[in-house]
Design a protein around this ligand. Structure first.
Ligand code: ZN
Ligand code: ZN
Ligand code: FE
Length: 752
């Protein structure tokens, strides 16, 4: 005879804290009249339920199928227990198990229910900028330890008023155990009411606003003078500013929004989405100079909503909303820090007294083939883990230099840091160090191995090599790119890896960047690359693309050749031109490079689009921008079947120069050039398929942020029967390097 009552213990692992899971369990248990309790543990959620066996089954199905929208259950372990006769259902205090590990929820954009609360004049949270509930609000940015409880967040400083406490204690309330729960009576306060901030913004002022993961600098995006002033004061030359608008309808006034874009915009991550700009858009030109796209996001905190929609009738359609920092420094998080560092940038401050613990920038995505592709992984995504499929040794991978992230592994997860930035100054290195310490503590990681890039001068490499007492593993830059693409696509077997980017240190001491590798996580063979050209003056050659163009010209037409017949080139002083020519001829202060990014720079310079750049990739972006759609022809190229094979672009350069001399429109040349690179990819992959019998191709590296190229490369490869893998969860640029380093380092550590 079956027992009348049963008791089961259920352990859940995954993202199950800070998103309303315990109240959900409570309601579910009551629905099925089960007794028992639920509590957070440091590794997830633990519950015990007692009642009729068939209702326990229904309860378990409910847990699996009806859980809160942002929960991610990674593992469920059910154990049979002896019934204890416990009555009622309790939500218990958290258990502190120091050695355990729990996933932490990223910050979540304000939910619709909360939005209704602060929009309603009858509600006690009317116009309250810190409204949140178990479905939304700050998480990662305010948590400094697990299990997730108010006491280990920066909300610990605020004592809940009786009304908030009652919500917090009521299992039927949306704010039951909402750790950052707050109201105007007891919660954080702002130093400037949002209505006042709106009128300042409408009057053309620049405000420093304390947001979720750091300060933001805001001004009216339609006010040319204000935007230009922000650019000058921030000392940011040409990099585009992000925008924020109240809703998708508002964004559609100035950008084209596809269904996939809309979904990305409205997702709880609320990233900046790169969108095609409408030609007649009223957005100030200085927001994104020479750029046919705009990066736009929707409000993700109540404060943002209040700033963007007021009943005051002010004509604020879109705000510039850019990181609160000076040029390339980390985003500012503390009030005193902001008042000191941003004093010369902002006309006014909107601060508040809820501390930010984790510094987290806004994320950036672009949709491709209907899916969002992360270009900068930060707020809303970090610290959401990448599931590696099997357990790994705990490693620290220090990442690259530009767009740095680092990666820790724990169990089967890769925990990627938020975007740290370009590791080129002391402040950013401090941000790297501080975040690493915070994440190691939060996720209980004690790395046993340190993985780094081969470039001896990257600050991330130097940091790794200075760590005492841990084995070090160096991973080649493009191998790491391919490793990252393999990891997020769960590939283990050998692949053809196409690693195209601006700069990566090669095993021969030269600068690689147009690489075809046969790779798996245990190693790689460099099977083909673009023919080397000299890079005259190192970093100077990155800032001045005409130098690389000159290298290509001299390589193609002989060492006596100088500038092309392009008007803009007359602006280069003859003396400098001759000096660089001599450097190239004699090989003085030059390195050899196979960089695809530099090849794009060279073609942009040959077309006279841009001879100098203010940030890496600027010339290449402009070249993509002008490319005429709807062309399929390409230039000629040759392959030298040496070991490794060399892709010889001299025939293409010859034709490009002829096109330029006959005044062919830049858009046609650019399209043909892009098509040529796609054709090179298909050609080399086809040859490698014959010799290696491999059919899977991974495309990675910063060059594949170029959607024109990516679209054609993917289509060309698929047409020839290849299975193509690209990035979506981590950036194709150097922001994804640390993931590749981590999985390759892990593999090498176990081989060694
Ligand atoms: Zn909410
Ligand atoms: Zn309150
Ligand atoms: Fe790279």
């Amino acid at each position: 005879m079956p027992p009348v009552t049963a008791r089961k213990q259920i352990r859940l692992r995954g993202i199950v804290q800070g998103i309303g899971f315990r109240p959900f369990v409570y309601r579910l248990a009551r629905r099925y009249q089960l007794h028992g309790h639920v509590r957070n543990t440091a590794e997830g959620l633990l519950m015990e339920v007692e009642g009729a066996p068939h209702t326990i089954e229904q309860f378990l199905q409910g847990v699996a199928n009806e859980h809160p929208p942002f929960a991610q259950i990674e593992e469920t372990v059910v154990t049979e227990l002896e019934p204890t006769g416990e009555t009622g259902f309790a939500v218990r205090q958290s258990l502190d198990e120091k050695a355990q590990f729990a996933l932490v929820s990223p910050d979540l954009a304000t939910c619709e229910d909360c939005r209704r609360d602060f929009a309603n004049p009858q509600n006690r949270r009317y116009a309250y900028p810190f409204t949140n509930c178990t479905n939304c609000g700050p998480r990662y940015t305010i948590i400094y330890d697990v299990p997730y409880d108010r006491a280990v967040t920066t909300m610990a400083a605020f004592r809940m008023c009786p009304a908030c406490q009652a919500e917090y204690d009521d299992p039927d309330n949306r704010r039951f155990h909402a750790q950052p729960n707050a109201c105007p009576v007891c919660g954080p306060t702002v130093t400037l009411p949002p209505v006042a901030a709106r009128s300042l913004l409408a009057a053309g002022r620049i405000l420093a606003i304390k947001g979720l993961g750091g300060f933001q600098l805001a001004c009216d995006a339609e006010n040319d003078a204000a935007v230009r002033q922000l650019r000058e004061r921030k000392r940011r030359s040409d990099k585009p500013f992000a925008l924020m608008a109240s809703g998708v309808a508002a964004i559609e006034q100035f950008c084209v929004v596809s269904a996939a874009d809309r979904q990305a915009l409205e997702s709880p991550q609320r990233p900046i989405v790169i969108l095609p700009r409408r030609p007649n858009a009223r957005i100030a030109a200085a927001v994104a100079p020479d750029n046919p796209t705009l990066g736009v996001m929707l409000p993700y905190t109540p404060l943002h909503h209040l700033l963007l929609s007021g009943a005051d009738g002010l004509p604020l359609h879109a705000l510039v909303m850019t990181s609160g920092n000076l040029s390339e420094e980390p985003i500012v998080i503390r009030n005193d820090e902001a008042r000191e560092r941003l004093a010369a940038v902002a006309d006014g401050f909107l601060c508040h007294n809820r501390d930010i613990y984790m510094r987290v920038d806004d994320s950036v995505v672009r949709t491709f083939e209907g899916r969002p592709r992360v270009l900068r992984r930060a707020r809303g995504f970090a610290p959401y883990p990448i599931d590696l499929g099997n357990s790994m040794t705990e490693v620290l991978a220090c990442g690259g230099e530009l767009k740095n992230t680092f990666c820790l592994t724990k169990g089967r997860y890769a925990l990627l840091s938020q975007h740290i930035g370009d590791l080129e100054n002391y402040e950013t290195l401090e941000f790297f160090r501080e975040t690493l310490e915070q994440m190691k503590k939060l996720f209980r990681v004690e790395p046993r191995v340190v993985v780094h890039d081969l470039h001896p001068n990257y600050l991330s490499t130097r940091y790794a090599l200075d760590l005492d007492g841990l084995p070090k593993i160096g991973v080649q830059h493009h191998h790491a790119h391919i490793g990252a693409c393999m990891a997020e696509n769960h590939l283990r077997e050998k692949v053809i890896g196409v690693g195209f980017d601006g700069t990566g240190y090669g095993t021969d001491g030269q600068i690689w960047g147009g690489e075809f590798l046969i790779a798996d996580l245990a190693g790689f063979e460099r099977r083909a690359h673009f023919r080397y050209v000299p890079l005259a003056g190192g970093d100077q050659a990155i800032r001045e693309p005409w130098r690389v163009a000159l290298s290509y010209l001299m390589d193609t037409f002989g060492p006596q050749h100088s500038s092309p017949d392009v008007p803009l080139w007359n602006t280069i002083p003859v003396k400098r031109l001759q000096m660089v020519q001599t450097m190239i001829r004699r090989g003085v202060n030059t390195v050899q490079t196979s960089s695809c990014g530099r090849l794009f720079d060279a073609v942009a310079a040959l077309l006279g689009l841009r001879l100098e750049v203010n940030f890496e990739g600027q010339a290449a972006i402009q070249l993509e921008t002008v490319a005429h759609p709807g062309r399929d022809d390409h230039y000629a190229f040759e392959m030298e079947m040496s070991d490794p094979w060399q892709v010889d672009m001299r025939p293409a350069i010859r034709e490009i120069v002829a096109d330029v001399e006959r005044r062919t429109p830049a858009g046609a040349v650019s399209a043909r050039f892009h098509n040529t690179i796609a054709a090179v990819i298909v050609e080399v992959c086809q040859r490698l398929r014959i010799s290696e019998r491999l059919n899977r191709v991974c495309l990675s590296g910063g060059t594949f942020q170029n959607v024109y190229l990516l679209t054609r490369a993917v289509a060309g490869l698929r047409r020839h029967g290849f299975e193509v893998f690209v990035h979506s969860e981590v950036p194709p640029n150097d922001g994804g390097l640390s993931l590749g380093q981590a999985v390759i380092g892990n593999c090498l550590f176990h081989v060694a």
